[in-house]
Design a protein around this ligand. Structure first.
Ligand code: GLA
Length: 352
């Protein structure tokens, strides 16, 4: 069904935003640290028009679901919560937002850790900016989107996903300092391609586990008397903390240092080693991996032609990212076959 068929009038405007895959720098953003995401080719598109019956109406083409917002004091759930959240945060920022008809279509895989929610938020705010000519820049779009996610979707997320969906492209890596929002576009590792494979295991416990990790990091920073774990650069300092805060903090410190190493310029082989080390740290110190992700990553790491692999996104299920030598993309297919033989149902998401 099209916008026209759903709402009986054509859209006034539309905007899109890409999903993202994070190459390195996981669970560092809410510790004021460093991240290295890149955009994926899959996008979410939001079409907008004015609603003349005084209610917001949202339609998801993927879910074939229509939501009418009858009571603006009651936040909806599911895909509608992200759109509603963006509208509410824009209003709280002082903008007058009329009742809208919103149509969403997305090719960003949902629930795989590729930021389908941030892509929806950024596309929604971009479309509203266009429709109403709002004086909002791309960084502000990311900040509004993050507030929508925190307050209306209930995930105490950092700013990486929304910044990546708003500012990254598929040709570069976006280096972002999440404290200062200073950023730089870096070239992708030479002669490589990025492959993303879904483990087939949904991200259960993602939001509760995520919020718990965030609280643990805050506690660790408090005990070390710093504003955020970003302020610790020597992993030895974390040894004074009680279990498991010592390991949580060690992950953040070593992960930030891995990102900073990439910033100095590294060969693809070393980039791959850093990705492998990141996975080990997420598995052992941060404890956000699951057996399926460990199995997939282990197979990928052992496959010739693959420089490195790790879980990507929040963890607890979802996808892995691998850095593959250009021309050796078949290696990822072979690894996937092996993974499926082990009884799992994986799928290559990028390249699509
Ligand atoms: C989710 C959050 C991000 C970030 C990652 C983990 O994607 O939305 O802010 O914390 O997890 O790196």
């Amino acid at each position: 069904m099209t916008f026209q068929q759903i709402f009986n009038h054509p859209p006034e405007t539309q905007a899109s935003a890409s999903g993202r895959v994070n190459l390195l720098g996981e669970h560092t953003d809410y510790n004021d640290g460093f991240v290295l995401p890149t955009a994926i080719p899959q996008q979410t598109t939001v079409q907008l028009g004015f609603s003349n019956d005084g209610q917001h109406q949202f339609y998801s083409e993927n879910l074939q679901e229509r939501v009418n917002i009858l009571d603006i004091h009651h936040s909806p759930s599911g895909f509608a919560s992200y759109i509603f959240g963006c509208i509410e945060v824009l209003k709280q920022s002082g903008y007058t937002i009329p009742s809208l008809n919103v149509y969403v279509q997305s090719s960003v895989p949902i629930g795989s850790g590729l930021s389908s929610s941030a892509a929806l938020e950024v596309a929604t705010i971009r479309a509203i900016r266009q429709l109403l000519n709002l004086p909002i820049n791309d960084v502000e779009i990311a900040q509004i989107a993050q507030q929508a996610e925190i307050h209306y979707a209930g995930v105490q997320c950092g700013i990486m996903d929304q910044m990546a969906c708003s500012l990254a492209d598929t040709q570069h890596i976006l280096f972002l300092d999440t404290r200062t929002l200073e950023r730089r576009l870096l070239p992708l590792p030479e002669q490589t391609s990025i492959v993303v494979i879904d483990s087939g295991v949904p991200r259960t416990l993602a939001s509760s586990g995520y919020n718990q990790r965030r609280a643990e990091c805050q506690e660790a920073a408090k005990l070390l008397v710093v504003n955020a774990l970003r302020d610790i650069t020597d992993e030895k300092v974390t040894e004074t903390l009680p279990e498991p805060l010592n390991r949580r903090a060690r992950h953040v410190v070593t992960e930030n240092n891995r990102v900073l190493e990439v910033l100095q310029g590294v060969e693809p082989e070393h980039f791959g080693e850093l990705m492998n080390a990141s996975h080990a740290s997420l598995r052992d110190d941060y404890e956000v991996s699951v057996p399926a992700l460990d199995t997939l990553v282990e197979i990928l790491q052992k496959t010739p032609g693959i420089f490195g692999a790790r879980l990507t996104g929040a963890g607890f299920g979802g996808a892995c990212v691998a850095l593959v030598a250009l021309g050796k993309e078949k290696a990822a297919t072979q690894a996937l076959e092996q993974y499926c033989h082990a009884g799992y149902q994986g799928k290559i998401l990028v390249p699509s």
